[in-house]
Design a protein around this ligand. Structure first.
Ligand SMILES: [Zn+2]
Length: 382
């Protein structure tokens, strides 16, 4: 080959090589991602959100522009003293000077927790996300080494509804050793006997108050709260129901898809609960429930159902629902799972206790979660 031909070949090789290096390195999402990650970590560390608070980390390999990219997802849980509301502005410049863009950078203040979320992506592909959940129930004292949040101590409150018709499942309750919350219907033959029969066991009792549903065909319990009742009638019906079950810590709604959308009725109910220092657990039977809003207005402790455990009375179904409850508790720190006074439900819970304990689940009463949530809410409003 002639000399000129060699020069042409070498030139072409160098040109293509240079182009490849440029494409593979300078313009690859992976390179930009590394820069972004370094910058994000710098900001987090500066603001004391360190590895100690890391709850989850997930990484996946993706192919983008012909190259491999490691996506990254991190979730932290921090205490009430972090200035989470300032985080969005801290992170606004983070994708600058890279080919990546900020897809989401938000701070949301909630009743039970605050959340900061940063998502960075390559065009439409989210590649990198940081989520910081703030709960004031997590103790982190200023100046001291911050204790690591125990990712293996998520809390679950199991609630079992519709007690009062009989005592059939009481022997199983006496065998189960975890704290649970029992929601007892008023005025039934065994309404007052259940707390007495479980004396010394670790159960919390709440009134399962029958409330009006949209579907009028469902046979309502006697002495249901209806939306057309006058104030005095609501108070009387509620107070008679409260008097029929001893040792109450709170109430929850039995049915009530119509009544829990009615703020007038709820306000009357909650003002009574306030006098008696009781919480309201929303069974959440309608997406339009205003229980949370009214409880905030009146200022009474509130909680709501996360998962229904036994809408189908099959073991595999209930097991899957409990699995979801565990998942939720791990993700958010706590979860409330509501089942019923049914043999199969109790059987599956009992069967899964060792597994849940092994996974580090802490079992609590609803009142414990209500307390945690109140702390978080008051921290958020400071
Ligand atoms: Zn019920």
């Amino acid at each position: 080959m002639k000399k000129n031909a060699w020069i042409a070949v070498i030139g072409a090789v160098l040109f293509l090589g240079g182009w490849w290096v440029k494409e593979a390195y300078f313009f690859s999402p992976a390179t930009h991602l590394k820069r972004v990650d370094a910058k994000v970590n710098q900001i987090l560390n500066k603001n004391k959100v360190t590895e100690r608070f890391l709850l989850r980390e997930k990484s996946e390999e993706k192919i983008l522009r012909g190259g491999r990219v490691q996506t990254l997802e991190r979730q932290y849980v921090v205490g009430g003293e972090f200035p989470l509301n300032q985080f969005p502005s801290l992170f606004t410049s983070v994708a600058q000077k890279t080919k990546l863009r900020v897809v989401k950078n938000s701070w949301t203040k909630g009743l039970t927790q605050n959340e900061f979320e940063l998502v960075i992506g390559w065009r439409e592909n989210p590649l990198y996300s940081v989520k910081i959940v703030q709960r004031s129930s997590i103790k982190t004292s200023a100046g001291k080494e911050v204790p690591r949040v125990d990712p293996h101590a998520p809390k679950i409150a199991f609630v079992l509804d519709d007690w009062g018709y009989n005592l059939n499942n009481l022997p199983v309750l006496n065998e189960i050793e975890i704290p649970m919350t029992l929601a007892i219907l008023p005025h039934l033959r065994f309404s007052s006997k259940i707390p007495a029969s479980l004396a010394g066991r670790n159960y919390e009792f709440i009134l399962h108050m029958p409330m009006e549903a949209h579907n009028g065909k469902i046979r309502p319990e006697a002495k249901t709260l209806y939306t057309d009742m006058q104030e005095g009638e609501i108070q009387r019906t509620l107070n008679e129901a409260l008097a029929s079950v001893p040792q109450l810590k709170g109430i929850s709604n039995h049915m009530g898809s119509k009544a829990t959308e009615d703020s007038r009725l709820l306000k009357v109910v909650m003002e009574e609960l306030q006098k008696k220092n009781l919480y309201f657990l929303d069974s959440l039977v309608t997406p339009h429930s205003v229980v949370e809003q009214v409880s905030q207005q009146v200022g009474i402790p509130f909680a709501k159902r996360d998962i229904f455990l036994d809408n189908e009375l099959r073991e595999e179904y209930i097991e899957a629902q409990i699995q979801k409850t565990i998942q939720q508790a791990k993700e958010y720190g706590s979860a409330i799972g509501i089942g019923h006074d049914r043999a199969v439900t109790l059987k599956v819970i009992q069967k899964m206790i060792p597994q849940m304990k092994a996974e580090g689940i802490q079992f609590v009463h609803v009142s414990q979660l209500v307390k945690d949530r109140e702390l978080t809410a008051s921290a958020a409003s400071r």
